[in-house]
Write a protein that binds this ligand. Structure first.
Ligand SMILES: CC(C)(COP(=O)(O)OP(=O)(O)OC[C@H]1O[C@@H](n2cnc3c(N)ncnc32)[C@H](O)[C@@H]1OP(=O)(O)O)[C@@H](O)C(=O)NCCC(=O)NCCS
Length: 188
């Protein structure tokens, strides 16, 4: 799901979104995180490529850092949207993860994580191997959800990401309602 500027009307920017802490606003760029790591033999599967789980763990960690930077307090992972592995990553390749907040609710922060792979010995061409969305919830010391700062959207790209995030949120709510209905039917 990815909108482009021709399909939707872009409002006047900057724009502040979110239903959390009325007194605090943070820009998307303030919590942006980039991590680069070298893939080593301990990361391999039987085919000599990197285990998918190694990438998922790195995605979860960077989403934590990004959401926690935005929230200003710890957060926990509540959901990870569909993750597709578009191409294998080889040992010796450099993997760069980039995380950015796509939208915020009252206590939740959706983080878009992109995973890029690059061979340092061959073409140096960077390829996008994964893109996924992680929803983190800010919590206090008793693990109760707490309001997060609202989000300042400054660019067209940031607005399109936020727009798509709202569509994903509605889809998640519908899915959860369907699941709940199915579970209560099974229980009868
Ligand atoms: C995260 C957690 C504290 C939320 O508790 P909760 O009782 O569901 O809280 P709420 O119903 O108030 O929901 C809090 C927010 O999470 C969002 N949320 C809840 N379930 C969600 C899901 N499956 N997907 C996306 N967002 C979800 C809600 O929409 C709400 O967002 P908002 O405040 O921005 O509107 C609780 O579910 C939890 O502790 N989960 C385990 C987290 C964890 O341990 N992760 C590591 C796994 S090893």
């Amino acid at each position: 799901m990815s909108s482009n500027a021709q399909d939707i009307e872009i409002p006047e920017l900057p724009l502040v979104v979110g239903r959390g802490d009325e007194d605090q606003v943070r820009g998307v760029r303030e919590s942006r995180v980039t991590i680069t790591q070298l893939m080593t033999p301990q990361d391999t599967n039987l085919f000599g490529n990197v285990f998918g789980g190694v990438i998922l763990a790195a995605v979860d960690r960077i989403a934590y850092v990004c959401a926690t930077r935005h929230a200003g307090c710890p957060s926990v992972t509540v959901s990870m949207d569909q993750v597709d592995f578009r191409s294998p990553i080889d040992i010796g390749e450099i993997v760069t993860l980039v995380a950015e907040v796509s939208t915020v609710g009252r206590t939740s922060v959706e983080v878009c994580v992109q995973v890029w792979a690059e061979s340092v010995t061959q073409s140096h061409e960077r390829r996008l191997t994964n893109q996924c969305y992680v929803t983190m919830v800010a919590v206090d010391e008793d693990r109760h959800p707490v309001p997060v700062p609202r989000l300042r959207i400054e660019t067209e790209t940031e607005y399109l990401r936020h727009h798509d995030a709202l569509l994903r949120r509605s889809a998640r709510v519908e899915r959860a309602a369907r699941r709940q209905a199915a579970e209560s039917t099974e229980a009868d």
